[in-house]
Design a protein around this ligand. Structure first.
Ligand SMILES: Nc1ncnc2c1ncn2[C@@H]1O[C@H](COP(=O)(O)OP(=O)(O)OP(=O)(O)O)[C@@H](O)[C@H]1O
Ligand SMILES: Nc1ncnc2c1ncn2[C@@H]1O[C@H](COP(=O)(O)OP(=O)(O)OP(=O)(O)O)[C@@H](O)[C@H]1O
Ligand SMILES: [Mg+2]
Ligand SMILES: [Mg+2]
Lengths: 222, 222
């Protein structure tokens, strides 16, 4: 589902964020990326999903070489197939919680959008916040809306950057159990997390340190 | 250091975020506020520090009744005495990491501002990011800058809202150990956290649920 081949990333101000990354995520995997703060997880996930471009190397997304695709082509290619949960959420501030979920799904022509949204929001314990706008939500509630917005699309690949940082362990495990059951139904997951306690959910764990990948251990718990 | 007396909070759209809160934090305590996402932790901390106002009840901050103080009076009263680490950081986007720490300290007339900043940033492992602006930092790096900005002020009271959500456990423990050593030197701490593993650092833990306080258990580990 994702292939990074000798990927390096140097930001505009000269910072080397990734060095010689080789990573292959097969369809149906539930891969975890772990590593200290600043090790390059967000950078890796952004490049994997085409949100950012590598300085060197190649990127394949769902078997398509996206390394040199234009923004427009990328957006078109990803639509409905790849969904993101960003570390900083990027919710639509002028839209309600419900609209944040339904608008994108409607644009993509999915069916029964409102029922789906309500169902997802109920699971995420947000049914009592449907009409709030993002600035009227707690930190963890905003994070859950970001998760819901990705889930409702039923993508082929879900890329999530620290999706439970503002939630306690019990809530985090609930989210990861949902991810796992969706994974069993065929959705591929690539997830960065700081939380060691969530590692058992992964089918495979990859460690980042100073922009380099360390290992490719089979996850515990499958 | 903080007294909340029968504090309730109803937001503009009618949401009851806090109900009848009674809380007293004495000088020198290291109090933890725990509770699920949406239970009211940020609201409580904001009201405790005068960043927001209660709908009912009274608030005392460092023995001063601040319930009806004006913005200007509050800002003047808090300066240098109360420092915040916000859940959403609120860093100064046009300033570098170093400037985010030094500017406020200079305005307050503290001495040796630059050396202090460098020392704090070294402890927070940010020495290699001094000239980055916030948007050029990882999530956890931004969080650490927010922590550094509060620490450099050497306040009497430090209020921190989930200061380690974007850091792994080891880094979180390092931050809390620093907090504890500062607490032993006299700084009062009021900290909201989701991370159960950090609870042993607190001298006392208070639980929030649906806007109400549940208990006042002495912390384990002191
Ligand atoms: N500006 C607002 N307007 C309306 N409701 C709000 C507003 N801010 C917060 N709320 C609601 O008040 C409740 C408490 O919010 P608060 O941010 O204090 O929770 P929290 O315990 O800090 O949650 P988290 O752990 O997710 O950060 C939430 O359910 C939230 O939806
Ligand atoms: N726009 C940018 N310009 C310059 N450097 C950047 C930029 N964005 C990130 N960096 C740097 O690149 C490194 C990797 O960043 P990245 O956000 O990928 O880390 P991360 O592993 O996601 O960290 P965290 O766990 O804190 O979220 C960091 O040290 C950061 O300072
Ligand atoms: Mg990150
Ligand atoms: Mg909060």
């Amino acid at each position: 589902a994702v292939e990074l081949e000798e990927v390096s990333k140097i930001y505009d101000n000269g910072t080397h964020a990734l060095r010689g990354i080789n990573l292959r995520v097969k369809e149906g995997e539930f891969v975890g990326i772990v590593g200290p703060s600043g090790s390059g997880k967000s950078t890796l996930l952004h490049i994997a999903g085409g949100i950012d471009r590598p300085s060197e190397g190649r990127v394949k997304l769902l078997s398509m070489d996206i390394t040199h695709m234009s923004e427009a082509q990328l957006t078109e290619f990803r639509k409905g197939k790849v969904a993101f949960v960003f570390q900083f959420y990027y919710l639509m501030e002028d839209f309600t919680v419900l609209e944040n979920l339904t608008s994108l799904a409607e644009v993509l022509g999915l069916g029964d959008v409102k029922e789906r949204a309500l169902k997802v929001l109920e699971f995420l314990r947000l049914s009592h916040r449907l009409n709030h706008k993002p600035h009227q939500l707690s930190g963890g509630e905003q994070q859950r809306v970001a998760i819901g917005r990705a889930l409702i699309l039923e993508p082929r690949l879900l890329i999530a950057d620290e999706p439970t940082g503002n939630l306690d362990l019990e809530e985090g495990k609930k989210i990861f159990s949902l991810f796992r059951s969706l994974n069993e139904r065929g959705i591929t997951f690539l997830v960065a997390t700081h939380n060691q306690e969530l590692i058992p959910f992964f089918s495979r764990v990859v460690k980042l340190k100073d922009g380099r990948l360390e290992g490719d251990t089979a996850g515990v718990g499958f």
